[in-house]
Design a binder for this molecule. Structure first.
Ligand code: SF4
Length: 421
């Protein structure tokens, strides 16, 4: 048995490393895979993330038998069944797990997107992004590899999964990939493992309380997001890859420019002062600096110079120069500050047809209204927003009562408040 076959010192890519590991060790039993991974392949740099659901005890038992100090992360979404939380604590004691790590969603993301804890009613993908995917990325960030308890029989998406696979810069290991329901049941019985109490009530796959029902028709995952197309929360999908490696992900990730249809390249450099201007590079200056530079200074720069207005700035400062402005950036320093929407409308009504760029706190819920009010470029740093747009989940609502540049859609409610007397 090739438990200690020497690894090449380097691999050109993480995918090639995963393929080599899969070929070399993927055929071993689940227990052997766990042991060789902890002791030989990734000593001190491996952990697991457990839901403490219906099947979790088996993998945790295999890990505890090798090293009970292996980190076990639990994503506390804030929406778990009380039974799951109790089971987590009891099972950790049963198995002697000494490194249980509870990972919470970010408070600022919850406050911003889900203050009433009911986002799951309107947008399960975003809810999972905030409560599971981003915390998952933080949970695995310290590791070179982590274990999952996934099995091939559980869904079509999992049917082909290898035992060792590359996810971003890390290796994900699925030691139970080949297990059947019978293997799982036999292992639970043979080791007298405690079961999540919800299993007795027909919950064969257990997630958050609002999104989990008892399983039906022999399909153990049928109770997850029942009635929706959604089958996975995203921690096992591309969403994790998208934010992986960014440590403090989701809120401070990459920056992308959305033009209402697609992402575009950015040629503009934001400079805070005239002294910061990069020679001969298209740049955007705050309005006070733009005024201080004057016409002559702007021409001498050798590249276009645009202007940025904060919510408190008056567009009167640029209204005479609209014909010459290559770009206007309007700032949204906070989600709750909507003054820049009005500025965009006023600029368009004044005849400005150049790019109007939204910068600052640009979030998914604002995208539709920004486009409607005349913005043509949105600078987005919020990772959930980027991920949704990358998935072509375009925001939009059926009925609007705010006036804007597009044709007003009359509804039966509230429009009287906005009509001119
Ligand atoms: S499973 Fe439901 S409640 Fe839990 S994070 Fe996802 S959408 Fe939110």
């Amino acid at each position: 048995m090739a438990l200690h076959r020497k690894q090449p010192e380097t691999f050109p890519t993480i995918e090639e490393k995963a393929a080599w590991l899969d070929e070399t060790y993927g055929h071993l039993s689940a227990g052997e895979i766990v042991r060789v991974s902890i002791e030989t392949l990734f000593p001190g740099a491996i952990g697991t993330v457990s839901s403490f659901g219906a099947d979790s005890a088996a993998l945790l038992k295999l890990i505890a038998d090798v090293d009970p100090a292996t980190p076990v992360a639990f994503l506390d979404t804030g929406q778990h069944f009380g039974e799951t939380l109790g089971y987590r604590d009891d099972l950790a004691v049963d198995l002697g797990l000494t490194n249980l790590q509870i990972v919470h969603p970010k408070a600022d993301a919850l406050g911003r997107f889900d203050p009433a804890n009911d986002l799951h009613k309107s947008d399960t993908d975003q809810c999972c992004d905030i409560r599971k995917v981003e915390p998952m990325a933080r949970a695995v960030a310290p590791f070179d590899a982590w274990f999952t308890g996934r099995k091939r029989y559980q869904s079509a998406q999992r049917a082909e999964m290898p035992v060792f696979e590359a996810v971003g810069p890390r290796i994900r290991i699925n030691p139970l990939a080949r297990w059947t329901t019978e293997d799982q049941a036999n292992f639970m019985r043979a080791n007298d493992l405690r079961e999540n109490p919800l299993v007795a009530f027909g919950y064969l796959s257990i997630g958050c309380f609002p999104c989990t029902q008892p399983s039906s028709d022999g399909d153990e995952r049928s109770g997850r997001w029942a009635g929706q197309a959604k089958t996975e929360c995203g921690i096992h999908l591309d969403g994790l890859v998208a934010i992986d490696g960014q440590g403090d992900a989701m809120n401070e990730s990459k920056t992308k420019i959305w033009n209402g249809e697609t992402f575009i390249d950015d040629e503009w450099i934001e400079a805070e002062t005239v002294a910061d201007l990069a020679p001969s590079r298209p740049s955007i200056l705050p309005v006070a600096e733009w005024q201080a530079l004057g016409d002559e200074g702007r021409q001498a720069h050798g590249a276009p110079i645009g202007v940025r207005l904060e919510p408190g700035d008056d567009i009167a400062a640029i209204i005479e120069a609209l014909d010459d402005l290559p770009i206007v950036a309007l700032s949204f320093p906070a989600y709750t500050d909507g003054r820049s929407y009005s500025k965009a409308v006023r600029l368009r009504r004044a005849g400005y047809d150049g790019p109007i760029r939204a910068v600052g706190d640009v979030l998914y819920d604002q995208v539709d209204h920004m486009i409607r009010t005349g913005f043509s470029e949105l600078v987005i740093t919020n990772a959930p927003t980027i991920a949704k747009l990358e998935r072509a989940e375009l925001p939009g609502i059926d009925h609007r009562y705010q006036p804007s540049l597009d044709e007003e859609q009359k509804t039966n409610r509230f429009t009287w408040r906005r009509h001119a007397a």
